[in-house]
Design a protein around this ligand. Structure first.
Ligand SMILES: O=P(O)(O)O[C@@H]1C[C@H](O)[C@@H](CO)O1
Ligand SMILES: Nc1nc2[nH]cnc2c(=O)[nH]1
Length: 296
């Protein structure tokens, strides 16, 4: 089950050095755009962007709605880097490749990771178009040993046995709840538990019932490996799921989900997600100012 693949510290460093020599931005925040949410990158000012295919060591995006571009720029005076397109296990990437950018971000000086995704809801209180602030996750592939941290541990990044309780920063979660109130969109926003499944198929009804009984609020096919690797190397994490569909949990229900519908809800709610993330970045406190305002 375990792959023998390893990525050395030097390989992450080479990619980081290449990027740092091709942009003047020195990002302190990294944003990963979920399906249909790539427009988050459009808000960045003074952009430098790179196709993944041009970045040494970077995997390639193959999913519709994931452009495959890394965009550097400024948002509210803070230097950011944005992944327009992420890597999923179901595309055939190893978990190390899926999470490759996270350690590159760490080496570039990023302190905070914002992850977004499209997800189906199991909680009755979450409707399509709602935004779920991720309070915690269940990493189903991880529970059976499909974890990017399997294999030799690189102590330069983090410990062999990292804690994962509290991996979604409480302060940032409360801040976004507060911002949602101030923006008049609090009726769309609530906290919940995200579960990652392997995909690429959507859930059977029996699987949906199981997830519901286990206390999962929303389900998707990404995010958990990225958050595990980010937490391992000491990044502060904030995550949100855009609820794009209800997961069908009844044999009487004739609805079914498809990727086009997922992307469509992403487009419809893009503005609100964009505003929330922009306000979050504007208001979040930064620990280490070394990387701030380095763009000349
Ligand atoms: O990258 P995310 O997690 O937003 O993508 C979700 C899960 C699948 O990749 C896809 C299904 O429509 O959307
Ligand atoms: N697994 C899963 N991923 C999703 N991504 C968007 N909607 C869904 C869903 O219903 N199930």
């Amino acid at each position: 089950m375990h792959s023998k693949e390893q990525i050395s510290h030097d390989e992450y460093q080479k990619t980081s050095d290449w990027l740092m020599s091709h942009t003047k931005h020195r990002p302190i925040v990294a944003i990963i755009c979920g399906s249909g949410l790539g427009m988050l990158a459009d808000t960045l000012k003074c952009q430098d962007s790179f196709d993944y295919s041009d970045i040494p060591g970077f995997p390639q995006s193959t999913v519709q709605g994931h452009a495959g571009r890394l965009v550097f720029g400024e948002l509210k005076g803070k230097s950011c880097v944005c992944m327009q397109g992420r890597f999923h296990m179901y595309e055939g990437h190893s978990l190390l490749k899926t999470t490759f950018p996270i350690r590159v971000f760490k080496l570039m000086g990023v302190e905070t990771l914002i992850v977004t995704n499209a997800a189906g809801s199991l909680a009755d209180s979450l409707r399509p178009g709602d935004i779920m602030i991720i309070k915690d996750h269940i990493n189903f592939p991880g529970l059976v040993g499909l974890n990017p941290l399997c294999g030799p541990n690189d102590e330069k990044f983090g410990p062999r046995f990292p804690a994962m309780s509290g991996c979604y920063d409480k302060g940032l979660r409360s801040l976004v709840m507060e911002l949602a109130k101030q923006m008049g969109v609090s009726s769309l926003v609530q906290e919940g538990v995200y579960a990652m499944v392997g995909g690429p198929n959507f859930e059977t009804i029996a699987e949906a019932k199981l997830l519901h009984r286990l206390g999962v609020d929303a389900v998707g096919m990404s995010t958990a490996p990225e958050v595990v690797v980010a937490t391992h190397c000491g990044l502060r994490v904030f995550g949100l799921s855009l609820i794009t569909n209800k997961v069908v949990k009844s044999y009487e229900d004739s609805e079914s989900v498809n990727h086009e519908g997922v992307l469509e809800v992403g487009r419809l709610r893009s503005q609100t997600v964009q505003q929330l993330v922009t306000e979050l970045i504007s208001r979040m406190e930064i620990n280490n100012n070394e990387n701030t305002n380095n763009v000349s």
